[in-house]
Ligand binder design. Structure first.
Ligand SMILES: *[C@@H]1O[C@H](CO)[C@@H](O)[C@H](O)[C@H]1NC(C)=O
Ligand SMILES: *[C@@H]1O[C@H](CO)[C@@H](O)[C@H](O)[C@H]1NC(C)=O
Ligand SMILES: *[C@@H]1O[C@H](CO)[C@@H](O)[C@H](O)[C@H]1NC(C)=O
Ligand SMILES: *[C@@H]1O[C@H](CO)[C@@H](O)[C@H](O)[C@H]1NC(C)=O
Ligand SMILES: *[C@@H]1O[C@H](CO)[C@@H](O)[C@H](O)[C@H]1NC(C)=O
Length: 407
């Protein structure tokens, strides 16, 4: 393993002055005619909705026990039943847990779109032993229904049969973030949450790796790891007693990012948010960095008083998009139209808990700024090993020669 630096210093993201304790009545809002009834298209799922993606204007919805395909006007085009599932219907042989011989609800852990071989969709459920199902949607003739051509995406694994090999165990019942990075191959970057006392990962099922990158085999029947450096796991002493939740993932430029909420260290019950960055083109996890991320609001009117500084530590949701034609946002973030920015909704956590309080704030940050922070901390050698993966928290110094080339 090469360098795995984590920034010892907290980075503070000063919030833009437009975030205040009150909202100005905007001009646009006052123009709204509130007596008009708007008829918006709706879709009601039979079970709670958990994930949503689009491919060629079709909206794919992953809910408990169902995958739906919807037209742009939200009419249902097709549906695939993923549950409640019998053990004999799950991908691979389920080693039956005591007291669960009946049907179990199948939560949609991840929904991922594919573009380079065929058009396709991967749905990864909580009841499929970590395996994803591949829905072939378009082989170049016509669009297929979401339930037309579906199979367990794992070598020698069929419903109720076979033991999935390590790289084919993609998701964790505790929650996952799966990102498809397509170049001339399909690479899945996966972060699997570890929530103490939540999931029921029985000691004998294949434990999904905490963070990993896997390549789709050209035979299109599963994944492969380039080497044993293609994944990292929580060190054994932390497994089962360290909180690590992957909240969001995205790519921007040459990088793949994950946002996590986790314990600040092994010795404390305090929680914070981190941003993880990896190189999308690396075959193994080589250039991995992470640093804490916070959302801080300062009251514009009394900026000098420290009493009005509020820190929001627990990420709830995030979204990356490109800056539009918004002069004010461009000025405040010092970005140009088309650059990537991260919108992140944070809450203040309850004391020593990852649970949110009702106090929340949204921070907007440019990826350019985040990358500059990574660069600055690495060049100053101001980094420590990520203890949860290495078992070491010694200070590391980043190799600047490589930094000039690759970072
Ligand atoms: C608001 O909408 C209602 C119902 O369509 C209409 O009768 C009314 O004239 C509208 N008011 C304005 C100010 O446009
Ligand atoms: C919604 O879109 C579908 C497919 O494009 C079409 O068949 C259907 O008529 C539309 N429904 C409505 C209410 O517009
Ligand atoms: C985990 O297993 C225990 C005991 O078998 C059961 O009571 C509990 O409901 C399970 N929890 C989940 C989240 O499935
Ligand atoms: C665990 O799995 C191994 C290999 O599949 C099997 O040989 C063993 O009997 C299992 N143990 C239990 C307790 O199920
Ligand atoms: C990883 O792979 C290398 C080379 O194949 C091998 O020498 C090493 O022992 C492996 N490490 C582990 C932890 O399996």
């Amino acid at each position: 393993m090469n360098l795995l630096p984590l920034h010892a210093t907290m980075l503070l993201w000063a919030l833009s002055p437009s975030v205040q304790n009150h909202c100005d009545k905007s001009f646009e809002t006052s123009k709204l005619n509130l007596s008009v009834t708007y008829e918006l298209p709706t879709f009601t799922a039979d079970f709670p909705i958990q994930n949503m993606v689009t491919l060629d204007d079709i909206i794919y919805v992953g809910s408990v026990n169902r995958i739906y395909a919807l037209a742009p006007n939200l009419t249902k085009l097709s549906e695939y039943r993923t549950g409640p599932l019998l053990a004999s219907e799950a991908c691979g042989l389920t080693r039956t847990r005591t007291g669960s011989t009946g049907r179990v609800d199948n939560h949609n852990i991840a929904l991922v779109v594919e573009n380079i071989y065929d058009k396709g969709l991967y749905s990864c459920g909580s009841a499929d032993n970590g395996v994803c199902r591949r829905h072939v949607l378009d082989e170049g003739y016509s669009l297929k229904a979401v339930d037309e051509d579906v199979y367990c995406f794992a070598d020698k694994v069929m419903p109720g049969e076979g033991h999935p090999i390590d790289p084919d165990v993609v998701v964790s019942p505790s929650g996952s973030q799966v990102l498809n990075v397509e170049s001339n191959v399909i690479t899945f970057f996966v972060g699997n949450s570890e929530i103490p006392n939540a999931g029921n990962i029985s000691s004998n099922t294949t434990r999904p790796h905490t963070i990993s990158q896997r390549k789709m085999k050209t035979s299109q029947n599963g994944f492969t790891f380039f080497s044993n450096l293609s994944y990292m796991d929580l060190i054994p002493s932390l497994q089962g007693n360290y909180y690590l939740r992957y909240v969001y993932s995205f790519h921007s430029g040459p990088f793949t990012y994950f946002l996590t909420v986790q314990q600040v260290s092994k010795d404390t019950q305090a929680y914070h948010t981190r941003i993880v960055r990896m190189c999308s083109s690396d075959l193994v996890i080589r250039r991995y960095v992470e640093m804490p991320l916070e959302c801080i609001s300062t009251d514009k009117r009394r900026r000098r008083s420290t009493k009005d500084v509020k820190v929001f530590n627990i990420l709830q949701a995030a979204h990356v998009t490109k800056v539009g034609n918004d002069a004010e946002l461009q000025r405040q973030l010092k970005v140009e139209e088309g650059e990537d920015v991260l919108f992140a909704a944070f809450a203040q956590g309850k004391p020593d808990s990852p649970e949110p309080t009702p106090n929340s704030a949204v921070c907007v940050m440019s990826l350019k700024h985040i990358n500059n922070m990574f660069k600055m901390y690495m060049q100053r050698c101001n980094t420590i090993d990520p203890y949860h993966f290495t078992g070491s928290d010694k200070t590391s110094c980043y190799n600047v020669v490589r930094a000039r080339r690759g970072w």
